[in-house]
Write a protein that binds this ligand. Structure first.
Ligand code: NAP
Length: 211
């Protein structure tokens, strides 16, 4: 059975990615930093017929939590076909580059950029064992250099840097037949995207699941 780990799988796009991968027959490890939210999300997916979804405690902003999750994952499966680095924060939606706090910048980079790199490193032995594994980094058009604009400096930097991480890992992991891609889900109706967004979570998850 193919296996996947989705970070921040308890709601929003990550939840829809878990559902989409389960629909395709994957055994899905739903990463969530909160036990209640993670278990409730799994219960909802199981009720919808996706019995092969299970919660994995994972806070991508904590190196200890990442290591613990990788150890637990290795006790549950001997390979990992897909890692979806979906968990993310948008802490400076209304801030500008000249005034946003240093802490907000560092917290954003830690979750959106360093977290995905550390998770990939931690589960690499399992990805290697899958044969042709995929890492999918959920990025954003707001990090695209050719489309860069003012505002949200922390979020924009974190996603530009995530795209760099994607290219670097892609170069370094090709020898192990591991593909690494970034994808943007578009503007999606979630707690992050807001109710004015144009896309449903299923539409947002589509390209991520395809990758
Ligand atoms: P969301 O509804 O706010 O969900 C974010 C998810 O990330 C939640 O599950 C959250 O968990 C989790 N998360 C945040 N920090 C975490 C941490 N330290 N450890 C583990 N999980 C953590 O946002 P979304 O719209 O689904 O966003 C998902 C991804 O898509 C993000 O990477 C975002 O940047 C990207 N994206 C979204 C849009 C959009 O329009 N929505 C557009 C472009 C890109 P908790 O429930 O515990 O907080």
């Amino acid at each position: 059975m193919k296996t996947a780990l989705v970070t921040g799988g308890n709601k929003g796009i990550g939840y829809a990615v878990c559902a989409g991968l389960a629909e395709k027959g994957f055994r899905v490890f739903l990463g969530s930093r909160d036990a209640g939210r993670g278990q409730q999300a799994c219960a909802r997916l199981q009720k919808a017929g996706h019995k092969q979804v299970e919660w994995l405690p994972l806070d991508v902003a904590s190196a200890d939590s990442i290591q613990g999750a990788a150890t637990q994952l290795a006790s549950l499966t001997d390979h990992l076909d897909a890692l979806v680095n979906n968990a993310g924060v948008y802490l400076d939606e209304k801030a500008d580059a000249l005034t946003v706090s240093t802490q907000v910048i560092l917290d954003t980079l830690n979750t959106n950029t360093v977290g995905p790199l550390l998770v990939a490193r931690a589960v690499l032995p399992l990805l290697k064992k899958a044969g042709h594994a995929q890492i999918v980094n959920v990025s954003s058009g707001m990090g695209q250099l050719t489309d860069m604009n003012g505002g949200s400096v922390a979020y924009r930097m974190s996603k530009s840097a995530l795209n760099a991480v994607t290219r670097i890992l892609s170069a370094e992991l090709s020898a192990f037949h591991i593909g690494v891609n970034s994808g943007c889900p578009g503007w999606v109706k979630t707690d992050m995207g807001g109710s004015g967004a144009t896309r449903s979570v299923e539409q947002g998850a589509y390209t991520i699941v395809w990758l």
